[in-house]
Design a binder for this molecule. Structure first.
Ligand code: NAI
Length: 722
C-alpha cells in the first residue's frame, strides 16, 4: 500500500495507495505497510537525502478506520490500543529519522491523514477548492489519537491548538489551514507540489521537528508559565459555555490531553493522549456519533434513498413563491449555489424585501472576506423579485412558501402551475399540512412533493422531503438532486400530518410545557434541556416556534382527526399554551413569551410572571433532573417509533440524522432511534428492552402518551434494534 520510489538525488517518494478502498485509511494494511516502510527507511538512511510522503488517491488520506473504531469494546480494547500505539511509534520513528520528511498533500487530509502530515517536518498542499484539512474527531466524539493532540499543541500552542483546531473540529480550506499554521506552503498543482517538496528537502538537510530541537518551548508557553497559568481557567469555562452541560466527553478529554501533555516531553505526551483516546473509543458516545455522522450521513449523502434509473436533472431556474422569512432564505440558498431564482410575492415591495435578506447576508459575507465583491453582485443578480406570475415562465422547480393555509396554497398553485415549465417539479415548504391533500389542488399530482426547509434556511443543513401518495419516483429523484445542488442533507419521509420532524418536535414542546404546568420551575426545565444536550432550552425554543402558530396547528389537526371520525388525544401541555396566548405572550415574534425580549429582539430573561401563572410545586432542588430530561427525550423517541410503524420513516439513518439536524435532538445520542437502541437507564435497564421498560413506567406515572407501540414491544421481545 505504500510504494517506494528513490531518485538519483536519494529522495524517496512514498506513495500511499490502498488497493482495497477508494481512500486511504489507518487500517491494518496501512499499519503493516508503514512498519515495513519505516524499517526500510532506517536501514537505508545513509543513502537517503530526504522523504516525500504523498498519495495516489484523489485525496491524501481519509483518516482513521472508523469501522474498526466503532467496534472497540472492553474485551478488545488492549489489542486496539496496542495497534494504535504501534502506529504512533512508527510515525515518531519517521519524524526522528534524521532526514527531511515532507508531506506533499495532493488533496484532503482529515483526522488521521493530517496526523501523518503533522509527523512530517514540512507540509505543502495543492490549493484545490475541494481539499479540506483539519482534525474533525471531536465531531465524532473522539480525539485525534494518532499524535494529533500532542503535535498540534506543540505546533500552534495550547490556546490556538485547542480553540482554533482541536475543539472546533473544522474542515478547513487550504488557505485557512495555512493561515492557522497547519500547512506551511500552498502550490497550484501536482507538478509544483513535487518540485516544491524536492526544493525544500534539498534546502533543509538538517530538518527536525521543533520539539526535537534543544531548548524547545511550546509557543505561548505551558501551564508552568505565569501568563498561560492565568489563562487556564478560561479553557474549562469556555468548554462549559460550548457544551452547556451536555454529556459529551470528547471536548473534556481533548482539553485534558492537551494541557497534561504540554507539561511533559513528547513521548510521554503521546502516551497521555493515548489513554484519553482509548477511553473515548471504548465509550458509547463515540459509537453513537460515528454511526450518525459517518455511516448514516454518508449513506444519505451518497443518495441512499434516490430511486434508480432516473437521469440527474439539475434545476436551472427556481420559482420561490412567498418571499417571507422562509422564501427569502430559500431564494438566498438557491442563488448562492448558482441557480437563477424568481422570487414572487403579492406585491413587488414584499418581493424586494425578500431579496434584501440575501443582500444583507451577502454584505456580511463580503465584509468578513468570505466572498468577493464580484461574486456578491453575481449572486444578487440571480434573484429576480416580482409580483407577476408571468415572470415564472421557464422555471423548472417551484418552492411554495406562502402562509400555512390550505385554501391559499391551492389558490397559489392554481395560478403558478400554468405559468411555470410544463414539467416543473412542484414543491411546497409547508411545515405541517399533508402533502397528498395539498397535491389535490394541482393538475400534475405526480410532480408534487414536500420540500420542508428549516429556519434559518442558510444555516440549517436539513431538507425534509415528503412523498405524497401520488408523488412519482422521478419527482423524488429530482428533489434529492436539488438538495444536493444547494448543499442540503435530505431525508425522505412519507406523508403524515407534520411529517416526521414537526410531529416529533411537537411532542417535545408539549411535554416541556406539561411539566411547567405541573409546577416544575421554568429555570429547571431550561437547564435540564440543555444539559440533556439539546441546543436550546425547551421554553426558549417554544418562544421561537410561536404559541399562536402551535394553537392553529393543533386546531387544524384536531379538525382533521375528528372529520375522519377519530379522537384527537388531549395533552396536558396544551393548557399552558392556551394560557400564554390568552395572556398575550405568544413568543419572540411579539417580544413576549416565556421570556422577555428587548426592543432589539434580544432575550433578556424568563418572564417573572411565570411564578404566579405556573407556581412552582415543592422544592426545586429536589426535582429529579433525569426524569425531566427523559420525559422530553422519551416523548420524541416514542413518537418516532410510531412514525416508523406507520411507514412515515423508512430508514434508521433518516430518523437519526433528521432528528439531530432538523429538530435539535442531542447529538451525543447518535439520533433518536439510536437513543432507543443504546438507552442506558437506572436499575440496569439498558438497550431497547430497557427503553421499553422505562417508557412503560413513564406511561404509568404521566400518561398513555408514553406507552411504547407494538413495534417497540415486538423488537424488545425479539432482541432486535433499529
Ligand atoms: P411568512 O409569513 O414570513 O411569509 C409568507 C409570505 O407569503 C409573505 O411574504 C406573504 O406576503 C407571502 N404571500 C402570501 N400570499 C401570497 C401569494 N398569494 N402569492 C405570493 N406570496 C404570498 O411565513 P414563513 O414563516 O416564511 O412560512 C412560509 C411557509 O413555510 C409556511 O407554509 C410555513 O408553515 C412554512 N415553514 C415555516 C417555517 C418557520 O420556521 N417559519 C419552517 C418551515 C416551514
Amino acid at each position: 500500500m505504500i510504494s517506494w520510489d528513490q531518485d538519483a538525488d536519494g529522495i524517496v517518494t512514498l506513495t500511499m495507495d490502498d488497493p482495497t478502498q477508494r481512500a486511504n485509511t489507518m487500517n491494518e494494511l496501512f499499519r503493516d505497510s508503514l512498519a515495513v516502510t519505516v524499517t526500510r527507511l532506517r536501514a537505508a538512511r545513509d543513502e537517503i537525502t530526504g522523504v516525500v510522503v504523498t498519495s495516489a488517491k484523489s485525496t491524501f488520506f481519509a483518516g482513521g478506520d472508523l469501522r474498526l473504531l466503532s467496534q472497540v469494546t472492553e474485551d478488545n480494547a488492549s489489542e486496539f490500543s496496542a495497534a494504535v500505539e504501534g502506529m504512533k511509534a512508527q510515525l515518531r520513528s519517521l519524524e526522528t529519522l534524521g532526514r527531511p520528511v515532507v508531506a506533499a498533500l495532493n488533496g484532503t487530509a482529515l483526522g488521521g491523514g493530517l496526523e501523518i502530515a503533522l509527523a512530517c517536518h514540512h507540509r505543502i498542499a495543492v490549493n484545490d477548492g475541494n481539499a479540506r484539512f483539519g482534525l474533525p474527531e471531536v465531531t465524532l466524539g473522539l480525539l485525534p489519537g494518532g499524535g494529533g493532540v500532542t503535535r498540534v499543541t506543540r505546533l500552534l500552542g495550547l490556546q490556538d491548538g485547542l480553540m482554533k483546531v482541536l475543539l472546533q473540529g473544522q474542515r478547513l480550506r487550504p488557505a485557512q489551514a495555512k493561515e492557522i499554521g497547519l500547512i506551511d506552503e500552498l502550490v497550484n498543482d501536482l507538478d509544483e507540489l513535487r518540485a516544491a517538496a524536492r526544493r525544500w528537502i534539498l534546502a533543509n538537510p538538517d530538518a527536525a521537528q521543533p520539539w526535537d530541537r534543544k531548548g524547545f518551548t511550546i509557543p505561548g508557553g505551558t501551564p508552568a508559565d505565569a501568563s498561560l497559568a492565568a489563562m487556564l481557567p478560561v479553557f474549562p469555562a469556555s468548554l462549559r459555555k460550548q457544551l452547556k452541560g451536555a454529556p459529551m466527553p470528547a471536548p473534556h478529554h481533548i482539553m485534558c490531553a492537551a494541557v497534561e501533555g504540554s507539561q511533559v516531553d513528547i513521548d510521554n505526551a503521546l502516551k497521555i493522549e493515548g489513554r484519553y483516546f482509548l477511553d473515548l473509543a471504548r465509550g458509547q458516545v463515540a459509537k453513537n456519533m460515528i454511526q450518525a455522522f459517518w455511516f448514516d450521513l454518508n449513506s444519505i449523502n451518497a443518495g441512499g434513498s434516490r430511486p434508480a434509473g432516473h437521469q440527474p436533472r439539475p434545476a436551472t431556474r427556481v420559482a420561490v413563491v412567498g418571499a417571507g422569512m422562509m422564501g427569502a432564505g430559500i431564494a438566498y440558498v438557491a442563488a448562492r449555489n448558482g441557480i437563477d431564482v424568481v422570487l414572487k410575492d403579492v406585491d413587488v415591495q414584499a418581493a424586494e424585501k425578500g431579496k434584501d435578506y440575501s443582500r444583507r447576508l451577502l454584505d456580511k459575507a463580503f465584509s468578513r472576506g468570505t466572498i468577493t465583491e464580484a461574486a456578491r453582485d453575481e449572486v444578487l443578480a440571480r434573484i429576480t423579485p416580482t409580483a407577476d406570475y408571468a415572470e415564472l415562465r421557464g422555471c423548472d422547480l417551484v418552492v411554495e412558501a406562502v402562509f400555512e393555509k390550505v385554501s391559499l396554497k391551492h389558490e397559489v398553485f392554481g395560478e403558478l402551475e400554468p405559468a411555470v415549465a410544463a414539467d416543473a417539479l412542484l414543491g411546497s415548504n409547508t411545515s405541517t399540512l399533508p402533502i397528498t391533500a395539498l397535491a389535490s389542488g394541482v393538475k400534475r399530482q405526480q410532480d408534487f412533493i414536500g420540500l420542508h426547509f428549516f429556519s434559518p434556511v442558510d444555516r440549517m443543513p436539513l431538507l425534509e422531503i415528503i412523498r405524497g401518495e401520488q408523488t412519482s419516483d422521478e419527482a423524488l429523484a429530482r428533489a434529492l438532486d436539488f438538495a444536493q445542488q444547494i448543499g442540503k442533507t435530505p431525508i425522505v419521509v412519507n406523508d403524515s400530518r407534520g411529517f416526521f420532524t414537526s410531529r416529533v418536535i411537537g411532542t417535545f414542546v408539549n411535554e416541556a410545557l406539561a411539566m411547567l404546568g405541573e409546577g416544575i420551575a421554568p429555570a429547571t426545565i431550561e437547564q435540564a434541556t440543555t444539559q440533556a444536550g439539546y441546543p436550546v432550552g425547551a421554553l426558549q425554543l417554544t418562544d421561537e416556534l410561536n404559541l399562536e402558530l402551535l394553537v392553529k396547528i393543533r386546531n387544524e389537526s384536531r379538525a382533521a382527526v375528528e372529520d375522519a371520525g377519530g379522537r384527537y388525544p388531549a395533552h396536558p401541555g396544551e393548557a399552558v399554551i392556551d394560557r400564554m396566548v390568552e395572556l398575550g405572550r405568544p413568543g419572540r415574534l411579539r417580544g413576549k413569551g416565556f421570556f422577555d425580549y428587548g426592543e432589539d429582539g434580544k432575550r433578556s430573561g424568563l418572564w417573572p410572571g411565570l411564578a404566579t401563572e405556573f407556581p412552582v410545586a415543592g422544592d426545586p432542588s429536589l426535582v429529579d433532573l433525569t426524569e425531566v430530561q427523559e420525559r422530553m427525550l422519551f416523548a420524541e423517541a416514542v413518537e418516532t417509533a410510531r412514525c416508523v410503524a406507520e411507514g412515515v420513516l423508512t430508514t434508521t439513518a433518516d430518523a437519526n440524522i433528521g432528528s439531530i439536524m432538523g429538530i435539535g435532538f442531542p447529538a451525543w445520542t447518535g439520533g433518536v432511534l439510536q437513543y432507543i437502541n443504546s438507552y442506558h437507564g437506572s436499575e440496569g435497564r439498558s438497550g431497547l428492552p430497557g427503553f421499553v421498560a422505562r417508557a412503560d413506567e413513564l406511561a404509568a406515572s404521566h400518561g398513555e402518551r408514553f406507552a411504547p407501540n407494538a413495534l417497540l414491544r415486538a423488537m424488545a421481545a425479539d432482541g432486535e434494534r433499529f
